[in-house]
Design a protein. Structure first.
Length: 375
């Protein structure tokens, strides 16, 4: 789906000479810096997360891709459908509807990988799902956008950022491959790298969240409907992904992984696609939704991690309190049969020991004291 350049004002390539608004200039400079910094940071994060991936488990997911198939169904089946239902429910304008739909059709982002690590999810499945959804986006994004925008009669076509998808794949595959190799050759050092990467990822997400709040400081009341959708959209994705994974009999670890992968979208790809498809005046109206979605999906991820850690600590304390009692009951049950056997042996052999021939009984038949010692 390429942009139709027959109408000069509708095509971004023909509108390069027009003056950009002041707000969009700031967004443009920020977007350039954010692209370079995020590419480097994501590469380092994916390298550290790759140190937790084992080749055998990764190959097992590729050979039996049931979990990956469920994740792709959530990513390109449920998320575009949820976006379309939100558009209808809130009666959005055409420009706002396009921003929400494009976000729903984007593949999963690398943000989900670090959150999956924090909730003890399946890292092999998470990284394979992110990679497979990015590859599938080459064909699924145009297909989903075509199907859902078919009755809308758009004035212009949408441009798929294939170059951005390729950059995302490079930032995913190459660092993860190096991380897998480090984990294979130096498993002890890979655990240290993994911990450092998790801390760096948390700091990066905090910086992104603070930067998003600062950028959106003056626009919280401008588009309250879009802000509301950007808040509930990732939450619905997390819940629907978890329920579908549960219905397909996935493990609890995979359910957490698929849930995070479903609600977490590649915000950078959506931002690039909006830039390529709309004019400067149109971008000012919809860029806040993209920033708000990226902010809220990070906040939702922190909330899910905190809830999981609290649940895990509570479960650990519960088992710790029950452990001494269980051991006492186990010792009581284990010693009582021996006492019963000794008692039975004494009672059974007591009539045999007395008799007229004392020496025979001493050398041939066991005495009660012998039975007790054997017991």
């Amino acid at each position: 789906m390429r942009a139709n350049c027959s109408s000069g004002s509708a095509c971004p390539a023909n509108s390069s000479a027009e003056e950009l608004p002041a707000g969009l200039k700031a967004y443009g400079n920020l977007e350039l810096v954010f692209t370079v910094v995020s590419a480097l940071m994501i590469s380092l994060l994916m390298f550290s997360l790759g140190c937790s991936v084992e080749v055998q488990k990764l190959w097992g997911h590729i050979r039996r891709p049931w979990g990956i198939a469920v994740g792709l169904l959530c990513q390109f089946g449920l998320m575009p459908l949820i976006a379309y239902l939100l558009i209808i429910s809130f009666s959005l304008k055409p420009l706002q509807a396009m921003a929400v739909l494009i976000m729903g059709c984007c593949p999963g982002g690398a943000v989900s990988n670090i959150f999956t690590f924090w909730v003890d999810g399946d890292m092999d499945l998470s990284i394979s799902m992110t990679t497979c959804s990015t590859v599938a986006a080459l064909g699924m994004m145009p297909l989903c956008l075509y199907l859902y925008t078919l009755p809308w009669n758009l004035e212009q076509n949408l441009t798929i950022p294939y170059q951005n998808i390729g950059i995302t794949l490079v930032c995913l595959i190459i660092p993860v491959a190096f991380g897998i190799y480090v984990n294979y050759r130096w498993p002890k050092q890979s655990k240290i790298i993994l911990k450092i990467g998790a801390i760096a990822g948390g700091l990066l997400f905090l910086v992104i969240a603070v930067a998003g709040m600062v950028l959106m400081k003056g626009s919280w009341n401008s588009d309250i409907i879009l802000l509301m959708i950007s808040f509930i959209f990732p939450l619905i994705g997390h819940v629907i992904g978890f329920l579908l994974a549960l219905l397909t009999h996935q493990s609890w670890q995979r359910c957490r992984t698929i849930s995070l992968e479903t609600g977490t979208q590649n915000v950078q790809m959506c931002f690039t696609m909006l830039q390529l498809s709309f004019t400067a005046e149109q971008l000012v109206q919809i860029l806040n939704f993209t920033l708000a979605y990226g902010l809220f999906q990070i906040l939702d991820g922190f909330f899910m991690v905190a809830a999981y850690k609290m649940y895990k600590r509570r479960l650990k304390n519960k088992h710790g309190n029950e452990k001494p009692g269980c051991q006492a009951r186990h010792r009581k049950k284990s010693t009582s049969p021996k006492e019963a056997i000794a008692f039975l042996e004494v009672n059974e052999e007591a009539p045999v020991s007395p008799g007229p021939s004392g020496p025979k009984d001493l050398h041939g038949a066991p005495t009660p004291t012998d039975g007790i010692s054997r017991a």
